[in-house]
Design a protein around this ligand. Structure first.
Ligand code: AMP
Length: 404
């Protein structure tokens, strides 16, 4: 069932408690990447423009949960948000549920914005504590979940707060609505060919997604370090490449599952390798599967033949889901495979009416790095949350919200 959205509720003269994901990188008080703040603006503006007031709450990093820690304060976010909204953002207290916070919320007028400080200064947040949740719920007339990056976590602000709202409206914000539409909705009946691209460091992280998506997919393309666990399982020499020895059996099972379901499971056939895990490595060679990777080398990117073969498959796709880079994309010498895959998906999106979804985390960082982010149908803002949604998990934080 689709969830009710913020657009569907009357917010005039109402106080709306919005769980946002303002977990942004901050160093010495400076926010180096404000994308998560910008992603929440449509929901916040929708409340303000319709005569409501917005109480914003978020976590930031991993404080101990024993009270205020300056390093994890959301104060710099209040400043940045105020610049982005072009209006004052009140930041009344370093404790989200003390008297100062409560009286600031009580005094709010339509159009006002209050940002509460880091929810995780209270251990109760991580524990999902109902008493803590009731205090937050009491602030408002309606609750909005627009924190996609945290949707897979059953923390108090995600589950116990909407539960404590009782019969008051509890809805999704525009960001969460869009994430669900792509990560869940598109996968309900993907246009074919449906190609899944999986990469990154660890095969263990991606195995549940592989198992769920293989039966639906036309093809699964594998790259990144996780490919070496598959290749080793098949008896191919992988030299010093990163391998999860305890996952060789699971890799073989996935290969068998692909045979059963009829999906093509593509593994790299050549590799860009170096003798050391180093950005400035100079001893770089390309090895194919026929000869195997030399004993003193490790695979750090997919090779040119693999890049071309993967690009060919992707350009013909009608639906693509991509999670995890093809190599160590952070280093220019080993970024070529990830870029080739990104460009092929962009081409399919532009020329083949393909719906393209980039799972968050490192693949989202890669497409940002290549300046291609706006050329995909959807780039998810959640790493862990988007992967869990691709695994088909249902989130309690979404289930608890009102249906449309
Ligand atoms: P993940 O978080 O599992 O998506 O993994 C992303 C990380 O995997 C990135 O930091 C990449 O640099 C790294 N990575 C990708 N390919 C390789 C490889 N062949 N060897 C080692 N690390 C890799």
């Amino acid at each position: 069932m689709p969830k009710k959205t913020i657009a569907a509720i009357d917010v005039k003269n109402k106080k709306v408690l919005i769980r946002v994901d303002f977990n942004v990188p901050i160093e010495d008080g400076i926010i180096s990447d404000d994308r998560r703040i910008k992603a929440a603006l449509p929901t916040i503006k929708s409340v303000l423009d319709r005569g409501g007031s917005a109480i914003l709450m978020s976590h930031l990093g991993r404080p101990e949960g024993k009270g205020f820690e300056a390093e994890y304060s959301l104060a710099p976010v209040a400043k940045r948000l105020s610049e982005l909204l072009g209006k004052p953002v009140a930041f009344p207290s370093n404790d989200c549920v003390d008297d100062k916070a409560a009286s600031a919320v009580k005094a709010m007028k339509p159009g006002d914005v209050v940002l509460l400080d880091n929810l995780r200064f209270h251990k109760a947040e991580k524990k999902g504590d109902p008493a803590f949740a009731s205090k937050l719920a009491a602030y408002a007339d309606a609750y909005v979940n627009d924190a996609f990056g945290t949707c897979h976590r059953p923390e108090a602000s995600m589950v116990a707060v909407p539960q404590a709202m009782g019969s008051k409206p509890k809805v999704v914000g525009f960001l969460v609505e869009k994430e669900i539409k792509y990560l869940d909705g598109v996968l309900a009946s993907p246009a074919k060919p449906f190609v899944v691209v999986l990469g990154g460091a660890k095969v263990s992280d991606k195995m549940p997604a592989i198992e769920r998506l293989l039966p639906m997919a036309s093809a699964v393309i594998v790259g990144g370090a996780m490919a070496y666990t598959f290749l080793k399982a098949k008896g191919i020499s992988v030299g010093k490449s990163r391998v999860e020895e305890d996952k060789l059996g699971e890799a073989l099972r996935a290969i068998e599952l692909a045979t059963k379901t009829g999906a093509a499971l593509h593994l790299p056939t050549d590799h860009i390798c170096a003798t050391e895990f180093n950005e400035n490595a100079t001893d770089i060679s390309i090895f194919s599967n026929e000869v195997g990777i030399g004993a003193t080398y490790m695979g750090l990117d997919i090779g040119p033949k693999t890049q071309a073969a993967y690009a060919d498959i992707l350009k013909k796709a009608k639906t693509v889901v991509w999670n995890g880079p093809m190599g160590v994309f952070e280093w220019p010498k080993f970024a070529g495979g990830t870029k080739a895959v990104a460009l092929a998906i962009v081409e399919a999106t532009a020329n083949n009416n393909c719906t393209s979804i980039v799972g968050g985390g490192d693949s989202a960082a890669a497409v940002e790095q290549f300046d291609l982010a706006d050329k995909f149908s959807h780039v998810s803002t959640g790493g862990g949350a988007s992967l869990e949604m691709l695994e088909g998990k249902k989130f309690e934080s979404v289930a608890v919200l009102d249906e449309a």
